[in-house]
Design a protein around this ligand. Structure first.
Ligand code: PLP
Ligand code: SF4
Length: 350
């Protein structure tokens, strides 16, 4: 098994799994037979890097990557967001008027236990390049598409060569203004972010990268260096996080995460309520809890550190922002506003 540092990203091969995983699980006294039962249904894969962030059993890092028997107990539907309904050609979701989601890999360096695309990710064959090129033809034929969001799985599971094929094909379309990539690689496998990769990426500006973070401990030195490489290439960085029970459902933890992100030139973009997808029920929090947490962040720290709190609506309605009741009363004459401390203020309408 190659070491993480040896990855030749010009080849299409996945980063190494932690060879020491079984040993590790045994040393931690894990319920190996339960883990195996879950693995038979939902794949398990953890990088050596992410494993090294675990401090103890059931901590916020552990819960993200080590299977729990709860995954098999839940009765949610596989695709509550109805992505299949909005799939116009294979691997392309066209839901909003001016932008599309293009899936370019079915794999990830690590399989997050709370993944909303658990029905697919890691369970189907890698997406054929021909299908991706056909999906890009759809983008070419639809002049209203000005924003292409590349996701998966993790797009950085593709080789630099295949990624460049995808990016240059999209860039050759005049009406596409911006390209965005969604990834978790700087967190789970920071060695994948090489100078060679960023030098290729920066040829396709304006390119944005959105990175999935859940906990402040994920931003260690290796991750921080990967973020610097990306930011130094002029790539605006954003984050998305999911509010997860037992991982980050705590305003102190989240505020620290968002502050640490801004320090690393990453703008917190979305904080999602956990989707009611199959196998993730034990991670969900209530909307009331989410609002209480959000209220303890907004106004209490730099505005740049505050993401939009959103629910990706079941039934395929897209992302809907949810906000605490900052407007207490509104009529033609005036508005009664409530600030972050709960104090009331009046704004007179003109
Ligand atoms: C999230 C998402 C987008 C991008 O949404 P933004 O709010 O513009 O970031 C586009 N298409 C689909 C299907 C999505 O789920
Ligand atoms: S990196 Fe993203 S797509 Fe991959 S398993 Fe984690 S949440 Fe799912």
């Amino acid at each position: 098994m190659p070491d993480e540092g040896d990855l030749d990203s010009s080849e299409e091969r996945p980063p190494p799994k932690s060879g020491a995983l079984d040993e590790f699980l045994i040393s931690m006294n894990s319920e190996i037979s339960e883990i195996q039962k879950v693995r038979d249904v939902y794949p398990m894969r953890v990088t050596k890097h992410f494993l090294s962030l675990i401090k103890e059993k059931d901590d916020p890092i552990w819960r993200q990557c080590i299977p729990s028997i709860e995954e098999l107990r839940d009765v949610n539907t596989p695709d509550p967001l109805m992505e299949e309904r909005d799939t116009k050609v294979p691997y392309l979701v066209h839901r909003y008027p001016d932008r599309v989601l293009l899936l370019v890999s079915s794999r990830c360096a690590m399989y997050c236990r709370f993944c909303t695309r658990k029905r697919k990710v890691g369970r189907i064959d890698e997406i054929p390049m021909n299908d991706i090129m056909r999906a890009i033809d759809y983008i070419r034929e639809h002049k209203e598409i000005r924003d292409v969001l590349i996701s998966g799985g993790d797009p950085f599971m593709r080789s630099d060569k295949n990624l460049e094929k995808i990016l240059s094909a999209i860039r050759s379309i005049d009406h596409v203004e911006i390209i965005r990539i969604g990834t978790r690689m700087p967190v789970v496998y920071p060695a994948r972010i090489t100078l060679r990769l960023v030098n290729m990426l920066k040829k396709y500006h304006p390119l944005y990268i959105n990175i999935h973070f859940e906990h402040p401990r994920e931003i260690d030195e290796a991750c921080s260096n990967a973020l610097s490489l990306l930011a130094d290439a002029g790539i605006p960085l954003g984050s998305q996080s999911v509010l997860l029970r037992g991982v980050n459902d705590n305003p102190v933890v989240l505020k620290e995460l968002f502050q640490k992100l801004v320090k690393n030139r990453v703008k917190p973009y979305y904080l999602y309520l956990c989707d009611p997808s199959q196998g993730v029920e034990h991670f969900r929090t209530t909307v009331q809890e989410a609002l209480e947490i959000f209220k303890k962040i907004q106004g209490w720290t730099t505005g740049l550190c505050v993401p939009h709190l959103v629910i990706d609506s079941p039934g395929g309605g897209g992302k809907i922002p949810v906000l605490p009741a900052y407007i207490k009363e509104i009529n033609d004459e005036r508005v009664i506003l409530v600030n972050y401390e709960g104090k009331e203020f009046e704004y007179r309408n003109p």
